[in-house]
Design a protein around this ligand. Structure first.
Ligand code: SF4
Ligand code: SF4
Length: 176
C-alpha cells in the first residue's frame, strides 16, 4: 500500500492546481463512476431521484440468451453531453462531488499513483497535497469495498435469463 507520506510527496511533485477549465467534466470521455452511497449523497443534496442522477455503467456483458449485465453506475450527462452537474463551467454540486471528482487528475492503481491528462499538472503551485492524498486513500478504500461487495452480490444472486440488470454493492437491480 502506498504510504501516506510518499503519496503526499508524489502529489506535491506533480505541481497540480486546478484551473477550473471544465475539461474533465465535459465531452464524450467524461464518465464518472459513482457508488450507490455517492448517489445517495447527491440525492440528498439535490432532491433528485436515483435514476435522475445515475445510469448504468455502459460496459454491458451480453449473453446468447439475451441477458445483459453491468456493474455499477455513472453520472448522467446533460443534453450537451457534459456532466449533468456542470453549470456555466462550474460544478454545481461541488461540496457533494464524488470521489473521482475530488481526486482528479489523480488516481491510485493499487500502490501506483496515476496522473491523467490535465492542463494544470506541472504548474508552479500545488493543490493541498495532504488533503488530496487523504482523498485518494479514501477513494481507493471505497472503490475496493464497492468492488468486493458487488462481487459478493453477483455470486449470491441467480439472474433470470433474458433480464437486464445492474449489480452493485447493494444488490442486483432490474433495468428496463
Ligand atoms: S482538473 Fe484539470 S481538466 Fe479538470 S477542471 Fe481542473 S484543470 Fe481542467
Ligand atoms: S460532478 Fe462536478 S466535478 Fe464531477 S464531473 Fe460533474 S461537474 Fe465535474
Amino acid at each position: 500500500m502506498s504510504g501516506r507520506t510518499e503519496l503526499i510527496e508524489q502529489v506535491q511533485a506533480a505541481k497540480f492546481a486546478c484551473r477550473c477549465c471544465g475539461a474533465c467534466c465535459s465531452g464524450a470521455d467524461n464518465e464518472v463512476m459513482v457508488t450507490p452511497d455517492e448517489v445517495e449523497v447527491l440525492m440528498q443534496a439535490t432532491g433528485l431521484a436515483f435514476a435522475d442522477i445515475a445510469e448504468p455503467y455502459p460496459d454491458w456483458m451480453e449473453y446468447p440468451d439475451g441477458t445483459k449485465i453491468t456493474f455499477g453506475w455513472v453520472l448522467r450527462r446533460g443534453a450537451d453531453g457534459n456532466c449533468m452537474f456542470l453549470k456555466e463551467n462550474r460544478c454545481s454540486i461541488y461540496a457533494s462531488r464524488p470521489h473521482i471528482c475530488r481526486t482528479y487528475p489523480f488516481m491510485l492503481d493499487g500502490e501506483e499513483l496515476i496522473i491523467s491528462e490535465c492542463p494544470a499538472v506541472g504548474c508552479s503551485r500545488s493543490v493541498d497535497a495532504e488533503e488530496t492524498a487523504d482523498a485518494l486513500l479514501c477513494r481507493r478504500d471505497a472503490e475496493d469495498a464497492e468492488f468486493q461487495e458487488s462481487e459478493t452480490q453477483y455470486q449470491k444472486h441467480s439472474i433470470a435469463s433474458g433480464s437486464t440488470v445492474i449489480i452493485d454493492s447493494r444488490g442486483v437491480h432490474l433495468w428496463k
